[in-house]
Design a protein around this ligand. Structure first.
Ligand code: FMN
Length: 374
């Protein structure tokens, strides 16, 4: 009845609350003999970590990850590798200021999950949102760092492509720029506008939504399964499971409603390497729930932060009408810190499907399969 686990063969279970002593996860099914140390995971956590710029929450958490199990030093090489047993990871919660939340403990924040947790469980940990808090997403990022190592040659990157009215211009897309500005925006010109825009929002006590695009390169053709195991279906579920995500699209997504069949269908030619070549990628690298070998492209919409300074009408758990303002720390745009989380979820789903495909075809050297010779 409790759904804190995702994946079939690469299986991730997370645990912990915002203001408990620690958060953690267990990754079961990771293949053995993959080199793994904390240093492989930490850089991804550092990208998601709060308090890194003035545009994200000032909660100060070093988010230092510790590997508790599932690793051993391989005698032959002297390298620390995965053993194939469950990998448990833990991050201590250090900056817990429960008092910030005490005056809202009985009130339901509009747009947050306070009401639904109470409706479902009859109680809730109001300190920082407890399990509803996106603090849990740190563990997804840690699991994603390991998932990336499972699929040889895979590179998963994400970028913030829209914040409020500001859209990244695709003609100026530069992946290097994503790491140069605090918004993970691929377009330097748009990124230059976002600082003042967010400062204005923060001063006015408000918040704003965003759209993130995730691109996975190096995904072999043939991952995913028809009908109930579609790669796009699993990606949508994984991305939708991220806190505050309200929309997911693959490839041309909702835009495909405006396209004709000629515009939308990705035409094919034979490439010089003897493999089919797609002339466009409206499919987002997935046809029939199965990867085409093109980049897998997914976008997700993140709603505006619901804990805002401006007063909002609400009710409390005793049925009284009241007002609420959130004075604790928050991100004016949680979409920024959702960028590494989106990457991690896509990496985990693709790693899971990669292992499932290997499980089904075995180590057949012909896979990824090519069309038969004429
Ligand atoms: C990285 C990240 C940080 C978040 N930080 C906050 C926050 O500071 N305040 C807030 O109200 N919501 C925050 N959220 C969103 C809430 O966790 C989320 O809206 C809430 O759990 C309700 O779930 P839902 O929006 O998915 O329905 C954050 C989301 C993400 C992805």
């Amino acid at each position: 009845m409790s759904f804190n686990t995702f994946g079939h063969l690469f299986r991730v279970t997370t645990f912990g609350e915002s203001h408990g002593p620690a958060i953690g996860c267990v990754i079961d099914g990771c293949p053995p003999r993959i080199p793994l140390t904390e240093a492989d995971i930490q850089p991804y956590l550092d990208r998601r970590r709060p308090g890194q710029s003035r545009y994200t929450t000032q909660r100060q958490e070093p988010d230092t990850v510790k590997i508790l199990s599932g690793i051993f030093v391989d005698e032959a090489s002297g390298t620390q590798v995965t053993t194939g047993t469950p990998i448990a990871l833990i991050i201590d919660n250090l900056d817990q200021r429960s008092k910030d939340y005490s005056d809202i403990k009985d009130k339901y924040r509009p747009g947050h999950a306070d009401f639904t947790y109470d409706a479902k469980y009859g109680l809730r940990d109001y300190r920082g949102g407890g399990r509803q808090s996106a603090r849990e997403t740190a563990m997804r990022v840690a699991a994603g760092a390991i998932a990336r190592k499972v699929v040889p040659g895979m590179n998963v990157r994400a970028a913030l492509v829209q914040m409020g009215p500001h859209h990244a211009d695709r003609a100026r897309w530069d992946w290097a720029e994503v790491e140069r500005n605090p918004f993970f925006c691929p377009d330097a010109k748009t990124a230059a506008l976002l600082g003042d825009y967010l400062d204005g929002l923060r001063k006015s006590g408000s918040s704003i939504g965003a759209v993130i695009e995730v691109v996975a390169d190096g995904v072999p053709a043939g991952l995913g399964a028809p009908i109930y195991g579609k790669l796009d279906g699993d990606l949508a579920a994984a991305l939708m499971s991220i806190n505050a995500v309200k929309g997911v699209e693959i490839g041309a997504g909702f835009g495909s409603a405006e396209l004709t069949g000629e515009e939308n269908g990705d035409e094919m030619r034979m490439g010089n390497d003897g493999k089919p070549l797609f002339l466009s990628n409206n499919a987002g690298g997935i046809l029939g729930g199965i990867s085409t070998g093109q980049p897998v492209v997914a976008r997700f919409a993140v709603k505006p932060t619901s804990s805002i300074l401006n007063p909002r009408r609400t009710v409390d758990r005793y049925g009284r009408e009241t007002e609420i303002t959130t004075t604790g720390r928050h991100d004016p745009c949680v979409g920024i810190r959702a960028v590494p989380v989106g990457e991690a979820m896509v990496a985990c789903v693709i790693a899971d499907h990669y292992l499932r495909q290997r499980g089904q075809v075995g180590d057949n050297p012909a896979w990824p399969f090519s069309p038969p010779a004429r």
